[in-house]
Design a protein around this ligand. Structure first.
Ligand SMILES: Nc1ncnc2c1ncn2[C@@H]1O[C@H](COP(=O)(O)OP(=O)(O)OP(=O)(O)O)[C@@H](O)[C@H]1O
Length: 314
């Protein structure tokens, strides 16, 4: 068997921008990443985390200040020229006066080996709106059309920057059904999103970015289980609350303690150790242990406190 290069390899990537007024923004700060062929990867992070800048560099838009990006073992430009990679981007307009089909036809005419139009219409879920004018299409339908344009070259790697932004819940679900079909064919898919549930239900790997760095990389289950870990809720006597809070905060792996109505919620890495401590010292009653949800993990990993912590490796 031949040893094929991964779909994407990023080494020590840095990119800064000079903003109006002269301030320098370090949008990407030392990203290292390998994405194997066939992976479906979600890139998550708050606004300004560096997701779009990273994806743009994978697509060969602009040069890194430092570091390297390889796509299927070569330069991003070469991969795009080969038709090996396509993208659905946030920016980039469609021509309002063409129909959906005419739009696909016009772009296909510029390609050496486009897929047949009817196949693309079908795969992108556009068949029923093929004769609609682009100007009459909803935001979700226009995103689908961009997706159809990305499919024309039959790429091995699809890059989607917030592909469902502005779609309602139903349109999003339909869009991801379509993408599932593409992923099942072994395509590599990388998408940036703000929607945690999209990452959770669709990706098999999630990369969390914050302030230009990767702060977590693993399956959604791993991120949930191993980062914020679990939550212990206990009833604590009102007069003992401060004492218990201080004691619990000294335990290893305790991230956060909140108290409401006599119930203390402790977010921690090792819930068994915390529960044992509370019970052994008779500090709490009616203990409940639950897994933190992805949203809690996301907030914990991208919050200010992370600046002083090491990257979480999963
Ligand atoms: N062309 C540019 N010129 C100046 N600053 C830029 C440029 N592109 C990005 N930035 C800045 O770099 C930082 C990272 O932006 P980027 O768009 O990569 O983040 P993002 O994670 O994709 O955010 P969002 O979720 O809002 O799209 C931001 O502070 C942004 O303002």
């Amino acid at each position: 068997m031949t040893n094929q290069p991964p779909a994407v390899e990023i080494r020590d990537l840095h990119k800064s921008f000079r903003q109006r007024g002269g301030t320098q923004v370090h949008a990407v700060q030392g990203v290292d990443l390998t994405i194997q062929r066939g992976e479906v990867v979600a890139l998550l992070g708050p606004n300004g985390a560096g997701k779009t800048t990273t994806l743009d560099l994978v697509l060969g838009f602009g040069q890194p200040d430092h570091g390297e990006v390889r796509v299927f073992g070569g330069s991003p430009r070469a991969a795009i020229e080969d038709g090996a990679v396509s993208a659905v981007l946030q920016t980039g307009g469609l021509l309002a006066d063409l129909t959906v089909r005419e739009t696909l036809k016009a772009v296909a005419s510029l390609m050496p080996r486009p897929l047949p139009l009817d196949e693309v219409l079908d795969r992108a879920g556009l068949t029923t709106i093929a004769r609609h004018m682009v100007s009459k299409c909803s935001g979700g339908q226009q995103q689908r059309l961009k997706f159809g344009l990305a499919l024309l070259a039959d790429p091995e790697l699809l890059i989607l920057d917030e592909p469902t932004a502005g779609m309602d819940v139903r349109a999003r679900r339909e869009f991801w059904d379509t993408m599932h079909a593409e992923a099942r064919q072994g395509r590599t898919i990388i998408f940036a999103t703000h929607y945690l549930e999209e990452a959770d239900t669709f990706a098999n790997r999630v990369i969390l970015m914050s302030r230009g760095k990767i702060v977590a990389d693993g399956s959604t289950a791993e991120i949930r289980a191993r980062t914020t870990g679990r939550t212990v809720v206990a009833e604590v006597a009102v007069q003992a609350v401060e004492r218990v809070r201080e004691a619990v905060l000294t335990l290893d792996g305790v991230h956060d303690v909140t108290v409401r109505g006599g119930r203390m919620t402790i977010t921690c890495r090792d819930s068994d150790a915390v529960a044992r401590y509370l019970l052994m010292h008779n500090l709490g009653n009616h203990l409940e242990i639950t897994s933190a949800n992805l949203e809690q993990a996301f907030v914990a990993l991208t919050s200010d406190s992370l600046d002083t912590k090491e990257e979480v490796s999963l």
